[in-house]
Design a protein around this ligand. Structure first.
Ligand SMILES: *[C@@H]1O[C@H](CO)[C@@H](O)[C@H](O)[C@H]1NC(C)=O
Ligand SMILES: *[C@@H]1O[C@H](CO)[C@@H](O)[C@H](O)[C@H]1NC(C)=O
Ligand SMILES: *[C@@H]1O[C@H](CO)[C@@H](O)[C@H](O)[C@H]1NC(C)=O
Ligand SMILES: *[C@@H]1O[C@H](CO)[C@@H](O)[C@H](O)[C@H]1NC(C)=O
Length: 388
């Protein structure tokens, strides 16, 4: 599963995650710590699980916890619905690892080791562990789905898990261009799938493009059922400047769904290139996404203020807007108010410095087999900054 780093050096890029606040763990931090060491992060980040109070206690429809025991058992609908007979869900993520040109001394490497449970991880192994945990959760909650990892053909990376395919796509995956490239890779992937489904229209796969630091904690196939007419789905939150998160994009796998989603992403790409190419490399895609949606004349942005799914035609596609609170849940960092965890949460995003919690959660779930209890752990610990 995890490869020990050999005598060669590499650094890696783990795609960032921005749902509630733009906290930039990811690329820049990883890069800095391979070059200048971990000093700035060691002071404030914890190397062990830290639990705080569970937010949202006493609120209706929010998970109630007693310690890490859940008082409400969430409806964990394991392996339930493949949307229709013969239809499958395919998760798609972009992940790259490169050999670093900077050499890291052996003692420096040892001081960079981080331990979770009884396993120690180097920087590279940490990213691989996140990717593997991402796969683990999907294989528990949606065992009939497949995963595709889009990567740079030059990326030095392999994973052998059942149901997981690595799919190299030529492109420019440098750190500056990564979010731009991610959209391009999504488009290139959709083009290949469009050709396939055009040949075999009876064979439909639906696609969910996500960041790799998420845990899918419930079946997601139902969205293709419950909202039968959308072409693509995005997650939104009540945030004026960044209402849309690019970490979760679902695409209906019909000829119509794929081609309209592809056209939509092409518009986003054009806007990214023409308006936001100089925005922080973490933000460009989300700003472009928001621009495409908001600039649509009939779109009412007040709909983002209520955490309720809705469908709207934007840019020639029928777009399903799903609330982050359920499909892309992450607590705010720092002191900001938040109101706990909805009982029907489906995706938890371990954004920013919560990566350790993703692995700790998996370990906890592995021993307790209880998703609801695990969600209490996440709820109590989700605002802690970790070292992982
Ligand atoms: C969740 O559990 C609490 C405590 O047992 C209970 O008061 C509340 O009604 C439950 N909420 C739901 C929606 O079942
Ligand atoms: C680590 O812990 C797990 C669970 O307690 C156990 O199954 C596994 O064998 C341990 N691995 C090592 C290398 O000790
Ligand atoms: C990384 O290093 C390995 C071993 O030296 C080599 O086989 C591989 O081609 C390199 N990958 C890249 C992307 O340079
Ligand atoms: C981005 O910055 C470069 C260099 O500062 C500038 O030449 C270019 O016009 C800028 N592009 C946009 C779209 O603002």
């Amino acid at each position: 599963m995890m490869r020990a780093p050999g005598g060669w050096r590499r650094f890696l890029i783990l795609l960032p995650i921005l749902c509630f606040l733009p906290y930039f763990f990811s690329v820049r931090e990883l890069h800095q710590s391979t070059t200048i060491g971990d000093l700035p992060t060691k002071r404030t980040k914890f190397d062990h699980l830290v639990l705080g109070p569970a937010a949202g206690q006493g609120l209706p429809n929010r998970l109630q916890c007693q310690g890490s025991k859940a008082l409400n058992k969430t409806k964990f609908s394991t392996s339930s619905q493949v949307p229709n007979f013969g239809e499958k869900i395919e998760f798609v993520t972009v992940f790259t690892i490169y050999n670093s040109t900077i050499s890291v001394r052996a003692d420096e490497k040892a001081s960079n080791l981080v331990t979770v449970g009884n396993v120690s991880y180097s920087k590279e192994e940490r990213s691989m562990a996140i990717l593997n945990t991402f796969v683990n959760f999907i294989q528990v909650t949606m065992p009939q789905s497949n995963l595709v990892i889009l990567t740079d053909p030059a990326s030095d990376f392999s994973i052998s898990r059942n149901g997981v395919t690595v799919y190299p796509i030529q492109g420019e995956y440098s750190r500056d261009k990564l979010m731009l490239q991610r959209i391009r890779s999504y488009i290139a992937f959709l083009e290949t799938r469009l050709r396939e489904v055009s040949r075999r229209p009876e064979h439909v796969n639906h696609y969910i493009f996500t960041d790799s630091d998420i845990a899918v904690v419930d079946d997601l196939g139902h969205i293709f059922h419950d909202f039968p007419n959308f072409h693509l789905a995005l997650t939104f939150r009540n945030n004026k400047d960044q209402p849309l998160n690019s970490g979760f994009i679902a695409v209906r796998g019909t000829v119509d769904g794929i081609s309209r989603a592809k056209n939509f992403l092409q518009k986003v790409l054009e806007v990214y290139k023409s308006k936001y190419i100089n925005a922080s490399r973490m933000l460009g895609d989300q700003l472009a996404l928001a621009w495409v949606v908001k600039s649509h004349p009939s779109f009412d942005i007040r709909r983002f203020s209520k955490a309720q799914a809705f469908v709207e035609d934007v840019g020639g596609a029928s777009v399903l807007f799903l609330p982050c609170a359920i499909y892309n849940w992450t607590p705010p960092e720092g002191a900001g108010q938040f109101h706990g965890m909805p009982l029907d949460v489906k995706v938890v995003h371990f954004k920013g410095s919560r990566k350790r919690l993703m692995l700790e959660s998996w370990n906890f779930f592995s021993s307790s087999s209880d998703i609801s209890d695990m969600l209490c752990l996440v709820l109590m610990s989700g605002r802690t900054k970790y070292d992982f």
